[in-house]
Design a protein around this ligand. Structure first.
Ligand SMILES: Cc1ncc(COP(=O)(O)O)c(C=O)c1O
Length: 409
């Protein structure tokens, strides 16, 4: 994901403070031992025991039938969309409030995203607006759901579990079933997240995860496609390894991709996954400390956890109400940047993205509001107490100065 570089120059005093990054990898387990064993044995490429072990360990962790390692979360989404039957010129109903990779993967299929708004409480895809769109904007034609405006077939629903909190999966699944639409979950940010006590991806037809460097665990770069469907599992291995039908004669019946994770990356992932429960406990503790510290500050509200959810707080994010707090989220970002503290707004909602300006959207005003108000604070697993206190103290001092100081940056 892109890092925002604020347009201010830190003052001399501030540059002397060590920087506190937003979210960096934590490498403190068996990573070195496992990666070294790949190097010593020469198994550094796209096959090897760590790929098999990592896939098995991941499937076991989730309680899912199959996990297929991919070179990125985006690759997993691309293959996943192909396997649920998305055709060129189809449409996919997808969260507007997401990182651009979700929408891009739809375009790789020459299909079209239709952006659905977030709900205002937990910031996930709004099931009500999703159904409204289908009821009011679509018709059935020859057994297919068709968008009246574009005349294109609606081929799938793609909710994104953002920031470590789940979408309301039952409501979205119910809509998918009633309108006979396949569901593919973007769980890139939701490893370890639970919906109604079940890990996201546990009973999915198809869910995709990311191990990008800023995620809760990393393989340097990588992803996983998770499914309980044997056919999807078999085909995703096939398409992600160049659709090879005869490995001796190099016969390929179809166009495939070079999307497999290599053994070195899988070795990293295997070691990281061993530590995941600890990582999640730490993330939740960091979030709790921030939430308690900011509880009394007018105009700051932390991302809440639904009663039906288990939030990993992959990123710790709060909303800033400019009127009550005294300055807006971007001014706070610049203040914290001047204190060498890295923060980040949410992504520009996809319906506003120039890259996707030709796509339709459905009343995405909540996503816009969240985009304006949200800021994520440093929350690496390795964030030490002293650094977290420095972040808290800096935010508190800005809050005390209200708009007076804020207006100066
Ligand atoms: C919501 C979401 N979807 C998809 C991706 C893409 O994953 P990757 O960077 O592994 O391709 C990411 C993260 O980068 C993400 O945050």
């Amino acid at each position: 994901m892109p890092t925002i570089v604020p347009k201010t120059t830190p003052s001399k005093a501030h540059t002397e403070l060590p920087s506190i990054p937003l979210c960096i990898p934590e490498i403190r387990g068996n990573e070195k031992e496992y990666v070294t064993s790949c190097i010593e044995t020469g198994w550094v490429s796209s096959v090897g025991t760590f790929v098999d072990k990592f896939e098995q360990q991941f499937a076991d962790y989730l309680g899912a039938k199959h996990a297929i390692a991919m070179s990125s979360g985006t690759a997993a989404l691309h293959i996943g969309l192909q396997l649920i039957g998305i055709q060129p010129n189809d449409e996919v109903l997808v969260s507007s409030l997401t990182f651009i990779a979700t929408a891009n993967a739809i375009r790789y299929m020459n299909a079209w995203p239709v952006f659905v708004d977030a709900e205002s409480t937990y910031w996930q895809m709004d099931p009500q607006k999703l159904e409204d769109f289908i009821k009011k904007e679509c018709v059935y034609r020859n057994g297919k759901l068709v968008n009246r405006t574009s005349q294109r077939r609606v081929g799938a629903i793609l909710p994104v579990h953002i920031l470590g909190h789940p979408c309301n999966l039952d409501e979205i699944r119910d809509i998918a079933e009633r309108y006979n639409l396949p569901l593919i979950e973007d769980a890139a940010e939701a490893l370890g997240t639970k919906y109604l006590n079940k890990l996201v991806g546990n009973d999915s037809e198809l869910a995709c995860f990311s191990f990008n460097g800023n995620k809760i665990m990393t393989t340097g770069g990588g992803g996983m496609l998770v499914t309980n469907n044997d056919h999807i599992a078999e085909k995703s291995r096939y398409y992600s390894t160049q659709a090879k039908d005869d490995p001796v004669e190099y016969i390929h019946e179809e166009v495939g991709y070079n999307y497999r994770l290599n053994n070195l990356q899988a070795a990293l992932g295997y070691a990281q996954l061993e530590q995941l429960p600890d990582f999640i406990t730490t993330k939740r503790q960091i979030a709790k400390t921030y939430t308690e510290a900011f509880g009394e500050i007018p105009g700051l509200s932390s991302h809440p956890e639904a009663i039906w959810a288990y939030h990993t707080h992959w990123l710790y994010t709060f909303l800033i109400d400019e009127r009550l707090f005294g300055c807006d989220s971007r001014t706070l970002l610049r203040h914290l940047s001047n204190a060498n503290i890295q923060t980040r707004p949410l992504w520009q909602p996809m319906h506003l993205s120039p890259a996707h300006k030709k796509c339709q959207s459905y009343y995405c005003e909540i996503s816009e509001d969240l985009y304006k108000k949200a800021l994520s604070l440093p929350c690496s697993v390795g964030l030490c107490k002293a650094d977290q206190n420095r972040v808290i103290d800096t935010v508190l001092s800005i809050a005390q100065n209200k708009g007076l100081e804020c207006s100066k940056v």
